[in-house]
Design a binder for this molecule. Structure first.
Ligand SMILES: [Zn+2]
Ligand SMILES: [Zn+2]
Length: 272
């Protein structure tokens, strides 16, 4: 029987806060309880609740990179899910993930965690969080799903894409990236690609300084057109554009692409 396999887009926004798009995060789910939270931007806890996901059941987190918009919600997730009863947690990410956990959680909050444990919180779920820096090429099987880390181009950060292969269906979530050949190879023939489309052309109405800033984003983010071109070149079945800047409509010409283009919105569920 075909088992469920989906990604819930928890945050499809960018660093500039807006009410309708939270910062980047997505929950990949497969089978009965298989799951991976990919990124944890600001708002991730309230968006998990809005998506009816029990916080205590989220045990697997993969971070794409350490830019603030992808991790501001991480300490809130660790505390919120522990408070809700989470007893274990495995976190993977590129170089810098262990240091981030140490600085944002362990170093600053250890004393408060000990106080909470003294109040009656279980030690499990805070003391035994497993955090690993992993390289491109890392693979693991989690509840019957193959998860693999792949290459992106997002200088100067160490950054990873993640591929999920479950019952012959495949999903890639890129995190932040400019268009690059290595990513196209990693996405070859996948069913669904959720990709950073942040480098949309700036509106001519914006002040010149803001226009210049948005133009520079293209050095390390894909444009909506790049995303469609990557999907076409890799033979992707459906491409989902995310990481949108406020007030910008993604524009692209998909006449050379045979698959489907979706503009991702918060709390959309994309079936794989
Ligand atoms: Zn970034
Ligand atoms: Zn970002």
């Amino acid at each position: 029987m075909t088992q469920p396999f989906s990604i819930t887009l928890l945050g499809t926004g960018s660093p500039r806060p807006t009410l309708d798009r939270h910062q980047p995060a997505g929950l990949v789910r497969w089978g009965e309880a298989g799951h991976m939270l990919v990124d944890a931007g600001d708002g991730v806890v309230s968006q998990l609740l809005a998506a009816d996901v029990p916080l205590e059941g989220v045990h697997n987190v993969a971070l794409s990179h350490m830019h603030w918009d992808h991790i501001l919600g991480y300490p809130a997730f660790v505390w919120g899910s522990w408070n809700a009863g989470r007893l274990k947690l495995r976190v993977t990410g590129p170089i810098g993930t262990e240091a981030m956990h140490h600085q944002l959680v362990e170093s600053y909050y250890r004393e408060q965690a000990e106080w909470a444990i003294d109040l009656g919180f279980p030690r499990a779920g805070f003391d035994d969080i497993s955090v690993s820096d992993v390289p491109v090429g890392w693979q693991a099987e989690i509840d019957g799903c193959q998860v693999a880390a792949g290459p992106v181009y997002h200088p100067p950060m160490h950054a990873l894409a993640y591929k999920f292969t479950y019952q012959d269906r495949t999903l890639v979530v890129t995190g932040d990236t400019a268009k690059c050949d290595e990513l196209i190879a990693f996405c070859q023939d996948v069913d669904v690609l959720v990709i950073d489309a942040c480098a949309a052309a700036p509106s001519p109405d914006l002040p010149p300084a803001r226009q210049r800033l948005i133009e520079r984003l293209h050095e390390f983010h894909a444009s909506p057109q790049d995303c469609v071109d990557i999907a076409a070149q890799a033979g992707v079945g459906k491409v989902v554009l995310t990481h949108h800047l406020p007030g910008i409509e993604p524009e692209f010409d998909a006449s050379n692409y045979r698959g489907e283009v979706v503009i991702g919105n918060d709390l959309d569920i994309i079936e794989i």
